[in-house]
Write a protein that binds this ligand. Structure first.
Ligand code: M6R
Length: 611
């Protein structure tokens, strides 16, 4: 989604801002722009399309100065064209503003501003804020005008502003849309909606909280609330490195991240398992361990791929920890008025970014009802990580490709650890705990064996490159994996793919099957394998081409399958972690074979910070 970069210091702001925008490109956007200040002059350059187009425009018309703000826009209000691109100015061009989020009361504010003589240039909700600040700044010092405008706004925002009134100050504020300040050497400051924008310059950061503002100047940084109460913030250190947000030897981030999965499993389990004792230790849950013993129901809330990880988690928690669990889409949970009992229920918010608006909304709905809110989050310091009562980090490292892969694997690993922890608090035996732990520790090497088949899967993808539609089937633990495989194929290769719990085949989708409609079936040898074999027969009888994923050494499906993919064996509850990897590779290679960029699928954003 939209990205914000800001800078004040001694360097050429344009260079820092462009570099930051490039690092935010992965988030998805459709236009880009910068505003710098030199003396009291504001220089704005913006372009529809990619950051490379903005770079070309800046080569023709440079933006001088050592303070500035920049933005990549993902259109919500108004087309993705040059006029609607950020930054936006007030009537007199005295200030420039960039904004992530949605101003929900913008139409009402806009009507009032037009009546009072303000002239709008764009169709955006953002421009309203520029004119509001302008209006307050006629009677108030700039800082007060900035905060007064924010108090009028309903909705979500990460905002950054520069003004001719205070030419060596950069103001920023957030409500619901992340912002992080990077503290550089010799009094320079960086601003980003994502640490990736500033990691090349500094690791020392301060995360702004909701309803917090910051002013950055040559003399220092001040943080305060919207009513101007000073706030003392703690400095934090970013632990990941620049290498982790670069592609290295891989042609795409997505392929790099798929290949990082053995390391993700190692990192997610490191220091968290006592395999012989059959115990999982999750430091982030230590303070709530006693409360967890009394939990009788769990709700897992999340979106997209994280939602599907939650479904796998539900199966694990019910089967092994014996806790009734429901997985729900954040966007549904928050509005359906869920009945929750704070005495015995907990909610688990699952999110790679920790910034997904629908998941945050669901988590807050639960917190308002006094329910224990837990997080399974990848992005350290993100909103969900900070606003939940306790949680477990996934430790997958930054995920740059829009399509989630390694975070999904990491989330499933965390669910298996949580299942062990809650299970051992209840009736899970040491032997069962120990078996799960030893299987978890064996996974990285097994994942490597699957990754080694990438070229075979590439050839397979080429064979199915012209498919118009596909059905992906799985059962029990692997039904969510089928849904995830279909989601990956849709979002990357733009092929209509439907994931189905295989038992549902004969209740409807079987009507679609014919020789041009491939079926990819997950048929690893688990408790539902025999049932899956019947589904394969049903599909074969309709002459649908069959791609079958099964275990190494299982030759009995050679007869029925048109193509086979083999994966190593593990226990059923962990099988999704292995089975999803060939599906990720298949979707990736399908996209590349179809000439598409798997890192930046059309219309998608990496983190969906609006509803
Ligand atoms: O950052 P989150 O895990 O909360 O994001 C949730 C979804 O938006 C995300 O998984 C989305 O479905 C991806 N495009 C999947 O590849």
């Amino acid at each position: 989604m939209c990205g914000i970069v800001g800078y004040i210091g001694a360097r050429r702001a344009e260079d820092v801002l462009l570099d930051g925008l490039r690092r935010l490109e992965y988030r998805g956007y459709d236009s880009a722009g910068v505003a710098t200040m030199q003396g009291e002059a504001i220089h704005v350059v913006k372009m529809p399309g990619k950051v490379v187009h903005l770079t070309e425009a800046l080569a023709r018309t440079p933006a001088p100065g050592s303070i500035g703000i920049a933005h990549t826009r993902w259109a919500t209000h108004g087309e993705p064209n040059q006029t609607n691109a950020h930054p936006h100015l007030d009537c007199r061009g005295d200030l420039a503003i960039v904004h992530n989020g949605i101003i929900e009361n913008y139409d009402r504010l806009k009507i009032g501003l037009i009546e009072r003589g303000h002239a709008f240039r764009s169709e955006t909700d953002t421009e309203v804020v520029a004119h509001l600040i302008e209006e307050y700044a006629m009677k108030l010092p700039f800082e007060e005008a900035f905060l007064a405008a924010l108090r009028d706004v309903v909705g979500t925002f990460g905002i950054a502003v520069v003004s001719r009134r205070e030419p060596r100050k950069l103001y920023a504020a957030r409500r619901g849309s992340p912002l992080v300040v990077g503290i550089g050497q010799n009094g320079e400051y960086f601003l980003g909606s994502d640490p990736a924008a500033l990691i090349a310059y500094t690791r020392d950061v301060v995360y702004l909280g909701d309803d917090e503002a910051v002013s950055l100047s040559d003399t220092g940084m001040e943080t305060f609330s919207f009513d101007r109460t000073r706030i003392t913030k703690t400095r934090e250190s970013i632990t990941w490195t620049i290498d982790e947000i670069e592609r290295g030897r891989f042609p795409h981030f997505m392929l790099k991240e798929i290949h990082e999965q053995p390391a993700v499993i190692v990192n997610a389990t490191r220091g968290r398992l006592d395999a012989d004792a059959g115990l999982a230790k999750l430091g982030g849950l230590k303070d709530v361990e006693a409360r967890l013993r009394g939990i009788e129901r769990l709700s897992i809330v999340s979106c997209g791929t994280a939602y599907l990880a939650g479904m796998v988690g539900e199966y694990m928690l019910e089967e092994y920890a014996e806790i009734p669990t429901e997985t729900e889409l954040g966007s549904e949970f928050r509005y359906r008025k869920p009945i929750l009992d704070p005495a015995v229920e907990a909610v688990i918010a699952v999110s790679q970014s920790g910034e997904t608006a629908d998941t945050i909304g669901a988590m807050r709905e639960a917190k308002e009802k006094g329910v224990l809110a837990l997080g399974i989050v990848n992005a350290v310091g993100s909103t969900i990580a900070r606003d939940t009562d306790a949680g477990v980090y996934v430790h997958a490292g930054p995920e740059i490709a829009v399509a989630s892969t390694k975070a999904f694997t990491g989330q499933m690993i965390v669910f298996s650890l949580l299942t062990m922890l809650l299970g051992r608090q209840r009736r899970m035996s040491q032997a069962t705990g120990s078996r799960i732990a030893h299987e978890l520790l064996a996974l990285p090497a097994k994942v490597e064996r699957i990754l080694a088949q990438s070229d075979r899967i590439k050839a397979l993808a080429k064979k199915y490159i012209h498919a118009q539609s596909m059905l992906i089937l799985g059962r029990k633990y692997n039904a969510p994996v089928a849904y995830e495989g279909a989601l990956k194929i849709k979002e990357l290769a733009y092929i209509h793919a439907e994931g189905y719990a295989a038992g549902e085949l004969k209740h409807g989708p079987i009507a679609l099957l014919e020789p041009s409609f491939p079926v990819l079936a997950i048929a690893t040898q688990d408790s539902v394998y025999e049932k899956m074999k019947s589904n394969l027969e049903e599909a074969k009888a309709r002459r649908a081409p069959l791609i079958v994923l099964t275990n190494e050494g299982n030759e009995e499906l050679v007869r029925i399958a048109d193509d086979l993919i083999y994966v190593p064996r593990t226990i059923e509850m962990l099988s999704p972690i292995l089975n999803v990897i060939p599906l990720q590779l298949f979707a990736y290679h399908l996209a590349v074979a179809r000439g598409l960029d798997p890192d930046k699928p059309r219309n998608l954003a990496k983190s969906v910070t609006v509803e």
